[in-house]
Design a protein around this ligand. Sequence first.
Ligand SMILES: NC(=O)c1ccc[n+]([C@@H]2O[C@H](COP(=O)([O-])OP(=O)(O)OC[C@H]3O[C@@H](n4cnc5c(N)ncnc54)[C@H](OP(=O)(O)O)[C@@H]3O)[C@@H](O)[C@H]2O)c1
Length: 247
Amino acid sequence: MSNNKTVLVTGGSSGLGAQFCRTLAANGYTVVAAARRLEQLQALCAEIEEAGGKAYPLALDVTDLGSLASAIDKAEAAVGPITCLVNNAGSSVSKKAVDMTPEDFDFVVDLNLKAPYFLCTEFARRWIANGIQGRIVNVGSVSDRKAMPGHTVYGTTKAAIARLTQQFAREWINKGICVNALAPGYIRTELNAEYFDSPAGQAVAAFMPRRRVGKPSDLDKAILYLCEPDQEFLTGQVLALDDGQCL
Ligand SMILES: NC(=O)c1ccc[n+]([C@@H]2O[C@H](COP(=O)([O-])OP(=O)(O)OC[C@H]3O[C@@H](n4cnc5c(N)ncnc54)[C@H](OP(=O)(O)O)[C@@H]3O)[C@@H](O)[C@H]2O)c1
């Protein structure tokens, strides 16, 4: 077990990823915040350092698979070995299934499934070679189990993420690597703020059991639990955190 708590969070420039970075940094992790928008990452890292934490901004397009290894090398040269990965970057194309183009399909699959796959394997290869018992948290969604019109490919990638989490957990279980997933319900972020401001979105929120959508900090305790290096018994699980939205 490594005492080094260094985590790379993809999609750290906004929404859930930025909140994961803040929470993990406030709890002793050195954070590598990765995304395409470097200015947002730099502002977030400055905010974390101002609060007494340690954070490093990493410009990274996770769909550029050929750049993953060198980007991780660069981050590790700056902060030391990374022992935890939060695969959070993700998005959707909101269209009826019959209107999705092959390009739309590839955009969602490349970002939500292919990139997390190759980030997981890149880290697992390093951890196995160096005897690091790393932790992976894949950010899925309750759309892995609840069909949402207009998000067919998105929901399919999130169901695949749940399965991938189990596969990787089993494959690396005897290397001490734990792989789990966090499946949030609706949380208000850049991804959906416009929708929840619209009459349609407000109607959806009004039908939820607690008549509300979540806020990113509602996931704070869960992300800490799933990243915890001393937690060895939990692997291959998908933790749904949705305020009862799917009930
Ligand atoms: N909000 C919800 O209600 C909700 C519910 C369930 C699951 N989720 C999941 O939670 C995750 C975060 O969503 P969010 O709501 O926080 O969305 P968000 O605010 O739109 O954030 C998405 C993040 O992904 C990054 N990103 C997008 N494309 C990227 C790429 N090619 N390379 C690197 N980073 C990329 C974006 O940064 P850059 O643009 O700077 O690259 C941004 O930081 C997603 O996986 C989403 O599916 C969200």
